[in-house]
Design a protein around this ligand. Structure first.
Ligand code: ADP
Ligand code: MG
Length: 245
């Protein structure tokens, strides 16, 4: 059994079918890059995995547990546990502006018992060190560059020890220099065998860091395989057009 199993996922916004019949797996330690034109349903697919969008049909199983099975959702207490296995990093960082960097990280554990406050404080500093921002822990997000904000968002997503990280175009809002520092952190995570799904337009990252690539278009998976297959010798016309072959 794969770590994540998505079967025949369907989602519409009104008359618009955004996910038509998505089926794919994610294995433990996979770095899966999802590429495709704007509007093809990439964000909706990622958001569906953590129930930010509700699908109308199909199944999502994580680590053997169904978040949704044939369009039927698990009970809230169960879905909460399933979703907690996944951490998400958004294009627009989504940091809380009124909280310091360190408080942004600790917020995730706010509902946890007080006795663990010290543990979470230590962990937040450890993770900020990992992304090279321990010295910024008392700053507010407005004082950080976009690249620093995104690195904080990555550290925050790691706070609750997720089994998988989901990235939705994490560098699209950044200029090339800041993009580089964020991609470096993601590469490091990959080298530490973090399981990741990365929606991205960074073909170099997809090619060098991902072990699998999915090309999506108009709510469908058009082509999937290893980076060499999909990016260097695509079979489908739509993939070729997207990659300018
Ligand atoms: P991508 O991330 O690949 O650019 P999205 O998943 O964001 O694609 O969007 C897929 C399609 O669904 C687009 O046509 C978009 O306009 C539409 N869409 C996304 N979210 C909503 C929403 N909340 N309401 C209506 N339409 C939406
Ligand atoms: Mg998107």
């Amino acid at each position: 059994m794969s770590f994540i199993e998505v079967r025949n996922l369907k989602k519409s916004f009104g008359p618009l079918e955004v996910l038509k019949d998505l089926t794919f797996n994610v294995e433990k330690n996979d770095v899966l890059a999802i590429i495709g034109p704007s509007g093809s349903g990439k964000s909706t697919m990622l958001r569906s995995l953590i129930q930010l969008e509700e699908v109308e049909g199909g199944s999502i199983a994580v680590d053997g547990d169904h978040l949704v099975k044939d369009g039927l959702y698990a009970k809230p207490a169960d879905s909460k546990k399933i979703i907690a296995k996944m951490g998400m990093v958004f294009q627009q960082f989504n940091l809380f502006p009124h909280l310091t960097v360190k408080q942004n990280l600790e917020l995730a554990s706010k509902l946890v018992k007080k006795e663990q406050a010290k543990e979470y404080s230590d962990r937040s500093i450890e993770l900020l060190e990992k992304v090279g921002l321990a010295d910024k822990r008392y700053e507010f997000p407005s004082r950080l560059s976009g690249g620093q904000k995104q690195r904080v968002a990555i550290a925050r997503a790691l706070m609750m020890n997720p089994d998988i990280l989901l990235f939705d175009e994490p560098t699209s809002a950044l200029d090339p220099q800041l993009t580089k520092e964020v991609l470096q952190v993601m590469k490091k995570l990959a080298e530490e065998h973090m399981t990741m799904i990365v929606v991205t337009h960074e073909m170099e990252f997809a090619s060098n860091v991902a072990n699998r690539v999915i090309f999506m278009d108009k709510g469908l998976i058009v082509e999937e395989g290893n980076p060499q297959e999909v990016l260097k010798s695509p079979k489908e016309l739509r993939t070729k057009q997207f990659l300018n072959y």
